[in-house]
Design a protein around this ligand. Structure first.
Ligand SMILES: O=C[C@H](O)COP(=O)(O)O
Length: 254
């Protein structure tokens, strides 16, 4: 399956990110990496400008969150339909920063994923254990609970991507070992198989996220059952993001 490398800008991008995006576009035009699908997820305020920068390129545009409803009295919120209207083809839901900062439970993440489907967007559903849960050996239990609660019955390989992001690895420079990533991703694939059937589970892309950098991308992204990356900090710099994407150049994993 074709891997996906998605960049999550989070609440960044006021300064140089659009210029960096232009540089990334140029870099990929000069030295394409057709083996990978590439996406950037800027803050909602930058979607329109990012869309202009990317016009005519293969780089896709995603968003970072959505409200479950189409419209209404929800000050400050943005619906999946509005994100689609702004040019997004995907939306991240259930990122740990939303789960923790905004107290989002699995049921809300599930509703947001359904909203994404309703608007024709791909849902990138994030799951991951905290440092304490990791230390206490609860990782697999936590992930199973999050998958059962957050992944709608309507999830299909064509409309859903799962991103495993250990909270303790996000922005910390720490990463699980490739063997740990392999175990966890194999486990996720198995739970998805129980929930959605083997065909959908087998074809669904499972991304790894958490301190993916040019220096560790090759060792993390060629692990079995890893079908791409959700990249935070390193997606803000064209050179770094390109170097991560480039690990998929022909000769790597199909
Ligand atoms: O969504 C992206 C992740 O939270 C990873 O962020 P990071 O690459 O800065 O650790």
């Amino acid at each position: 399956m074709r891997p996906l490398v998605a960049g999550n800008w989070k609440m960044n991008g006021l300064d140089s990110a659009l210029a960096e995006l232009g540089a990334l576009r140029q870099r990929l035009a000069q030295a394409p990496v057709p083996e990978a699908e590439i996406m950037v997820c800027p803050p909602a305020t930058l979607l329109a400008r990012a869309r202009e920068v990317l016009a005519g390129s293969d780089i896709e545009l995603g968003a970072q969150d959505c409200h479950p409803l189409v419209s209404g009295a929800h000050t400050g919120d943005i619906s999946a339909e509005m994100l689609a209207d702004a040019g997004a083809t995907a939306v991240i839901v259930g990122h740990s920063e939303r789960r923790i900062d905004h107290g989002e439970p699995d049921s809300l993440v599930n509703a947001k994923a359904l909203a994404a489907y309703r608007a024709g967007l791909t849902a990138i559903i994030c799951i991951g254990e905290t440092e304490a849960q990791h230390r206490d050996g609860e990782t697999l239990d936590v992930l199973k609970r999050q998958l059962r609660g957050s992944v709608p019955e309507e999830a299909r390989a064509a409309n859903t991507v799962i991103a495993y992001e250990p909270v303790w690895a996000i922005g910390s420079g720490l990463t699980p070992t490739p063997a740990d990533v392999a175990e966890v991703h194999g486990f996720i694939r198995g739970v998805l198989s129980q929930l959605l059937g083997q065909n959908e589970s087998g074809a669904m892309r499972l991304l790894y996220g958490g301190s993916v950098k040019p220096a560790n991308a090759a060792e993390l992204l060629f692990v079995p059952d890893v079908n791409g990356a959700l990249v935070g900090g390193a997606s803000l710099k064209a050179d770094d993001f390109y170097a991560i994407i480039e690990v998929y150049r022909a000769g790597g994993k199909a």
